[in-house]
Design a protein around this ligand. Sequence first.
Ligand SMILES: O=P(O)(O)O[C@@H]1[C@@H](OP(=O)(O)O)[C@H](OP(=O)(O)O)[C@H](O)[C@H](OP(=O)(O)O)[C@H]1OP(=O)(O)O
Ligand SMILES: Nc1ncnc2c1ncn2[C@@H]1O[C@H](COP(=O)(O)OP(=O)(O)OP(=O)(O)O)[C@@H](O)[C@H]1O
Ligand SMILES: [Zn+2]
Length: 476
Amino acid sequence: MEKDGIFRMCSDGEQLKRGQRRDMEVVLEKKDAADWAYRGEGAANLVLAYTGSSPAFIGKVMRLQKARINGSKASNSPTALTAHELLLWKDVDDIVATSNKELACQLYVKHVMSPLLGSAYVDAGTRVPVSREFLESVEKNVISQRPASRVDATKVDTQSDTVLLMSDHSLFPRVTQEVEPCISVEIKPKCGFLPSSKFIDEGNSIKRSITRFRMHQALKFHDGEVSEYSEYDPLDLFSGSKDRIHKAIKDLFSTPQNNFRVFLNGSLIFGGLGGGAHSTNLAIRGAFEDALKGVIQGGDGKRTKSFLQLVAETVHKSGVLDRLLEAQKLDNLDIEGAIHAYYDIISEPCMVCGELGKEKVSQKYLSLHSMSLDESLKMVKDFLIATSAKDCSLMISFRPRKDGSPGSPYNNLYLESTNQSFDYKVNFIDLDLKHLGKMEEYYELDKKIVNCYNQMVETEERQKKTTSTKALQTAN
Ligand SMILES: O=P(O)(O)O[C@@H]1[C@@H](OP(=O)(O)O)[C@H](OP(=O)(O)O)[C@H](O)[C@H](OP(=O)(O)O)[C@H]1OP(=O)(O)O
Ligand SMILES: Nc1ncnc2c1ncn2[C@@H]1O[C@H](COP(=O)(O)OP(=O)(O)OP(=O)(O)O)[C@@H](O)[C@H]1O
Ligand SMILES: [Zn+2]
């Protein structure tokens, strides 16, 4: 299984590069599938956690690419970077030297996202060879745990010959036989700023005052993707204010959708497994309060409150979202600007300007089309990096720190309400390379989100008017 530039994993866990000797190469086979348990999934990947006893895999998760039921890759990706993508990412170390898309994605995380977000928070992982039988067996083992909506849309891509092995960020690496529990929270914060690009059309000016996340809720509700509106506002989470961050965490807890999950020792105790979750009712609150026993001190009814406070204080103290926000802000043109640069890169007539017609195309769009190729490349590259940063998740893990325990390599937070100290660590996950071919999709989705939101506002205003007219008529 010689594959261009793919790291090999020896049985002792050491990584080897192409061209080096590959003694005792590990290829995961059908017999190994039983050691991997379902952990979760998103639109493009399925994640399994290791349950066996091989030291090389303890504390690891495996990320498998999925394929659409209709056969294409779940993230719409061809198997190799396109010629235009190679041009776009030409400055990224080694990326043009590989014809392998999965390896290119790994290099992107390592050389683009990790320097932006901080290498301490980013784990690019290792690619490990697997047999087709291994993937088929894993697929069979986990199917009953996958959400129906995901099963209907995607399956494990059994054509892949490698998978990504990463640290399990819902756990602390085990050094001794320690028994301290580990509680971790996964947050998908989405875009934390309001765009101010001059390329935003007048008709879409609502984008300058309402976040994309909140507007997208209207479309998701309309399409039946969510049953209630989320109370969460990303502007609170990214505000830098302790109180607003705390509000954001409480809102995420009330309406978690696919933005908030909690794991205890690697097992999900709150939120949706492999997808979204309904709003939090009394039964869910009760079960969560119980699950916190032994980790968060305090009597019944107090632990959840303290836990949410712990998460908020950690987000605030770590400052990790500041770097994420900077990366998201690389999108300074908005899709309404970046789309024009995209057409110049692919050397096709601009559909957006084409639709406007010669008379209506404004000077500002023409100025984008008169940029040099390098400038267009930079604009689209920044847009795609920002898109990765808007779609990634954050995992924060906590472990109670015993009084008098020796110095820990982790950061520490003291929670006043429970008089407890916690070690904590923060990691970003899902920093995938977004495909250049999705630019038109991004443009169309943006239009759809704004139109749906504007329509909802109009309907609400009409309803209000009718109600007040009726009230007036009754009064008269
Ligand atoms: O466009 P968005 O904001 O809906 O983001 C998509 C996510 O939707 P959500 O966070 O639920 O709104 C979507 O998540 P879900 O499938 O809804 O869980 C994916 O993360 C998708 O990325 P990709 O297609 O896997 O590369 C995401 O697509 P990208 O826009 O990041 O390419
Ligand atoms: N390194 C990790 N450690 C622990 N859990 C992980 C790790 N990576 C992923 N997970 C879990 O697996 C789930 C799916 O992973 P991931 O978000 O990478 O999938 P995806 O298909 O790329 O998502 P998206 O729909 O956002 O594109 C996550 O929500 C998280 O719960
Ligand atoms: Zn144009």
